[in-house]
Design a protein around this ligand. Structure first.
Ligand SMILES: [Zn+2]
Length: 73
């Protein structure tokens, strides 16, 4: 299930929501603004980090496997 995190640009409220359709319009539950900044979902970050020996230090993660990351060599 694709869960996305958003921060409302109008009131600063952060929330996560399940987006079932790509074209679904997401609005802030507090002020109903649709001016939202999309945040990296916690689930997506966790999945990426599991592949990267040094976690977030060398994002994007594929750099680790390629040996291009100074932090995990
Ligand atoms: Zn808001």
């Amino acid at each position: 299930m694709p869960i996305y995190e958003y921060r409302c640009a109008s009131c600063g409220h952060e929330f996560e929501t399940l987006v079932l359709r790509k074209d679904e319009v997401v609005a802030c539950p507090r002020c109903e603004s649709d001016k939202l900044d999309k945040l990296m979902s916690a689930h997506a970050v966790g999945a990426a980090s599991s592949d990267a020996p040094c976690g977030d230090a060398c994002a994007p993660a594929p750099a680790c496997g390629a040996g291009a990351c100074p932090a995990c060599q």
